[in-house]
Design a protein around this ligand. Structure first.
Ligand code: E4P
Length: 215
């Protein structure tokens, strides 16, 4: 399973890149807004740190506008991926970009049907939002399981990015459900390598070490 960081924050990215855990990065307009910096500068800095795919989202809601933005963004770095919303216009733009060989990530997917449409249109990645489904009382992880089954059944080549991840359980369940990728908030990822028993264990080992005779 691959890990993407769901952030526009350079410090978070640099910290986790050092551990070899970052296969890519996803951003969205809300994450970019948090940084208070120019969109292009943030994306170019991220793409200079991370060699894997970096998703940058278009803002236009019409096909022509989406394509114009996509072509501009695609020039920013070779590893940039165009993120498009799951709408009719988003599907058309995804299809057109796929024909040009430009990688896409169709975002805001909340149903099996939407995921299937995006995959059929030629999306490189499809992003079902687990946490936001859980928020409204729908089992977000079931969507990941269903989409993986359908992609495999029909040989569709899109990769599933489990998005809107809220906790360690989501990451573990997404791995079991067959998500190709989990995109994890930069602030959450450090909790994945922590366990209270690990800390207690280290403390005990160090205490016992004091009893070992020194030369
Ligand atoms: C992923 O690409 C999305 O930008 C992100 O996971 C959304 O997460 P949220 O529901 O926590 O905003």
């Amino acid at each position: 399973m691959k890990f993407f960081l769901d952030t526009g924050n350079i410090e978070e990215i640099k910290r986790i890149v050092k551990l070899g855990l970052v296969d890519g990065v996803t951003t969205n307009p809300s994450l970019i807004a948090k940084e208070g910096r120019v969109f292009k500068e943030v994306i170019q800095e991220i793409t200079s740190i991370v060699s894997g795919p970096v998703s940058a989202e278009v803002i236009s809601l019409e096909v022509d506008g989406m394509l114009k933005e996509a072509h501009e963004i695609a020039e920013w770095a070779p590893n940039v991926v165009i993120k498009l919303p799951m709408t009719e216009a988003g599907l058309e733009a995804t299809h057109r970009l796929a024909q040009e060989g430009i990688k896409t990530n169709v975002t805001l997917i909340f149903s099996v049907a939407q995921g299937l449409m995006a995959a059929k249109a030629g999306a490189t990645y499809i992003s079902p939002f687990v946490g936001r489904l859980d928020d409204i009382g729908v089992d977000g992880m079931q969507l990941i399981r269903d989409l993986r089954e359908i992609l495999d059944l029909y040989g569709l080549r899109s990769e599933i990015i489990a998005a809107s991840i809220r906790g360690i359980g989501h990451v573990e369940q997404a791995a079991l459900a067959g998500a190709h990728i989990a995109t994890i908030p930069g602030s959450l990822l450090p909790s994945l390598w922590k366990h209270p028993l690990t800390d207690v264990g280290i403390e005990r080992f160090l205490k016992d070490w004091e009893k070992v005779p020194k030369m």
